[in-house]
Design a protein around this ligand. Structure first.
Ligand code: PGA
Length: 253
């Protein structure tokens, strides 16, 4: 059975004190309210990863994630953090290829493939983000485009390696816009990606792969979106910054 996952992407939000308060609230609510079979994740700014790790310690279904990692192990890459370093600080998850990284930091499919490799080589679970722009959606070729993103950055992996990857489908036109994909649109893409994965790795691996939806998912619409049989949870931006909303989403299965 594939895992149900709700991951919060804090992006570049929260001061140190605010981050501690939010993480503490989320930790308390996960303990009291969230079923044990739902994995909750907080992707915090890198600065707060070790602090928030201490807050979540001992809560089996709550973990932290980095929002990015560098593909090289070490070296003269000022400002970057490697998967080796994340692993050395016991960070279990990393977002790879968020559309904001692709757009503002020019991350290519090829570079993302290297980042996925680096994460897996260090025992870190990559949450691989994919998704189409509004013009691609309107042009009608979005299913193939997103499947191609998986092919380009993930399909060099062995079946065993691929089995460790989590996928997050995030249509760019729905991120931070308040314009969410409909439950039908999310399910359509997720089913398409699962078929695409099955064609490469077989039905069992495809069935076991958690595919999350992201893009203006909130406490009001999560239940309807998560009802899709191929929707295994969410990657949540804005609504992950308010503990009560985030936890409502985590209880929306
Ligand atoms: P949003 O962001 O929920 O604020 O739309 C989602 C994301 O970018 O991961």
């Amino acid at each position: 059975m594939r895992k149900k996952i709700v991951a919060g992407n804090w992006k570049m939000n929260k001061t140190a004190v605010e981050a501690f308060v939010l993480a503490t609230e989320v930790a308390q609510l996960v303990k009291s309210d969230v079923p044990a079979d739902v994995q909750v994740i907080m992707a915090t700014p890198a600065l707060y990863l070790t602090g928030v790790s201490q807050v979540v310690e001992g809560i089996s279904n709550l973990a932290v994630a980095a929002q990015n990692c560098h593909e090289k192990a070490s070296g003269a890459y000022t400002g970057e953090i490697s998967a080796v370093q994340l692993a050395s600080a016991a960070i279990p998850y990393v977002l790879i290829g968020h559309s904001e990284r692709r757009e503002y930091f020019s991350e290519s499919n090829e570079q993302l493939a290297l980042k996925v490799d680096a994460a897996l080589a260090n025992g870190i679970t990559p949450i691989f983000c994919c998704g189409e722009s509004l013009s691609l959606r309107e042009g009608g070729n979005f299913l193939a485009f997103v499947a191609d993103q998986l092919t380009a950055s993930l399909f060099h992996l062995s079946a065993e390696e691929f089995g460790k990857v989590v996928i997050a489908y995030e249509p760019i036109w729905a991120i931070g816009t308040g314009l969410t994909a409909s439950a039908g649109q999310a399910q359509e893409m997720h089913a398409h990606l699962r078929v695409h994965i099955a064609a490469k790795y077989g039905a069992t691996i495809a069935d076991d792969c958690s595919i999350l939806y992201g893009g203006s998912c909130n406490a009001k619409n999560a239940q309807e979106i998560f009802a899709g049989p191929d929707v295994d949870g969410g990657l949540i931006g804005g609504a992950s910054l308010i503990a009560a909303d985030f936890i409502t989403i985590a209880k929306s299965f």
